[in-house]
Design a protein around this ligand. Structure first.
Ligand SMILES: Nc1nc2c(ncn2[C@@H]2O[C@H](COP(=O)(O)OP(=O)(O)O)[C@@H](O)[C@H]2O)c(=O)[nH]1
Ligand SMILES: [Mg+2]
Length: 417
């Protein structure tokens, strides 16, 4: 009896492995047995918080891939409140700003346009995440539940039709399975929501609702390190550094390995170019952050102090200030060389406000000393970049002080490998 059973099992196993082989040969050149995760972020959020949400979702995909074969579909960038000079309705693929092969070394990713080509605009399920209407009542537990939608959602259902249709990224996305999900927890809290039998493509809306699995930990930094900028932007920034700021990777001790996974500079080894870099956030911050934002005179004084203490004469200013404000600041620093990046028409037509913002961020990242703006995610992304390059923390985690007497400096989020 036992031997019959054993033989049966052996046959079964052989059958399975034969099937496995058939599967493998089928896979060559054809579409793999992949599942797709799409996500959106609150349309009111800026470029740099969205970059942070990518890290949360990337690590959700890392977790999903412990169970199955998930690919993250990258939502194109566009329609931002701050991108005043970029045509509304124009969307940029990720390759405009980031290096896709670097991203792919952490998790499998693909552009939305490629997903649409293969799969069309239909997903098996779409969920819009939201918090619990009643709050968390001091009782923190990780959970999610289907609930009535709290805010207007981008999906509508036509009468007599079980299809939900949404317009996202200027594209029509439809699904038969739509709901709002109240969630409290981390990215991996929603693994069971996404990874359901028979569901091969899922859109998770308002992904900023979930927290990082481990903010500032190893996975966080791996995902962050995989977010290398696109070569054309890195090169544009390098040309500017060389031409105006006497800065290049050899002299600055900021050389990186081709593959970010091999690139682990010694802490404090980066020297940086001979200039002070400043991220001076203006516009909506003047109202939103009040006394934490300095006047131009006060900003100029703080910049001058850094120039003196580092014995430097050049300053690079990244800012969303108006032209008049930049001129005013230059006047206040007239004993120094003040530089800011102004793109050619050709560059701007191709890469828009997003491209300019990243070139600004890269140039700030390579300075001997950086000072940013209070609680600006734009400044935070520069700080992370400097951690990746291996700068001493005291040259990175600095902020401009406003009118307030107490001026707390930014938390030092050191890189972890
Ligand atoms: N080019 C450039 N754009 C900036 C600068 N500061 C702010 N911006 C623009 O304003 C937006 C600010 O929004 P966000 O990314 O959310 O950063 P935050 O609001 O400072 O936390 C950026 O995405 C840019 O479009 C800057 O120094 N240079
Ligand atoms: Mg913002």
């Amino acid at each position: 009896m036992t031997s019959v059973k054993t033989i049966a099992i052996l046959f079964l196993l052989q059958g399975l492995s034969a099937l496995g082989n058939v599967d493998e040969t089928c896979e060559i050149g054809a579409s793999k047995d992949e599942k797709y995760l799409l996500y959106t972020v609150n349309p009111g959020e800026g470029f740099n918080l969205r970059r942070d949400v990518y890290l949360r979702v990337a690590n959700l995909v890392r977790k999903l891939n412990e169970i199955d074969n998930w690919v993250l579909v990258l939502p194109p960038w566009g329609n931002f409140y701050h991108w005043k000079n970029t045509q509304r309705g124009k969307y940029f693929p990720w390759s405009s700003f980031f290096d896709l092969s670097s991203l792919n070394r952490w998790i499998p990713v693909m552009e939305l346009s490629d997903f649409l080509k293969v799969k069309g605009g239909t997903v098996d399920a779409a969920y819009i995440l939201q918090h619990y209407a009643e709050g968390w009542n001091g009782n923190w537990e990780e959970k999610y539940d289907e609930r009535p939608c709290i805010e207007p959602v981008p999906f509508t259902q036509e009468d007599g039709n079980n299809q939900w249709v949404g317009r996202i990224w200027g594209t029509q996305i439809s699904t038969e399975n739509f709901s709002c999900m109240s969630v409290q927890g981390h990215a991996s809290t929603i693994v069971p929501l996404v990874n359901k039998p028979g569901v091969r493509s899922v859109l998770v809306g308002r992904a900023e609702t979930v927290l990082h699995d481990e903010f500032g930990g190893k996975w966080f930094w791996s995902a962050r390190r995989s977010m290398r900028f696109a070569n054309h932007l890195q090169e544009e920034a390098n040309r500017f550094r060389k031409h105006f700021l006497d800065s290049d990777d050899t002299r600055d001790l900021t050389e990186k390995k081709e593959d970010w996974r091999d690139s682990k500079p010694k802490q404090d080894a980066a020297r940086g170019g001979p200039y002070v870099s400043v991220h001076l956030r203006r516009r909506d911050f003047i109202y939103a952050k009040g006394d934490e934002v300095p006047s131009l005179s006060k900003a100029a004084k703080q910049i001058e102090k850094l120039l003196k203490s580092y014995s430097l004469t050049k300053v690079f200013v990244a800012t969303d200030a108006s032209f008049d404000e930049i001129e005013e600041l230059k006047l206040k620093l007239k004993e120094y060389e003040v530089h800011y990046y102004s793109p050619s028409q050709e560059f701007f037509n191709q890469w828009g406000d997003g491209g300019v913002a990243i070139v600004d961020q890269i140039i700030c990242s390579y300075a001997r000393i950086f000072i940013g703006s209070y609680e600006s995610t734009f400044s935070f992304r520069i700080q992370e970049e400097r951690e990746i390059l291996g700068f001493p923390v005291e040259t990175t985690f600095n902020r401009l002080c406003g009118k307030k007497k107490k001026c707390e400096q930014p938390a030092k989020w050191k890189i972890v490998y």
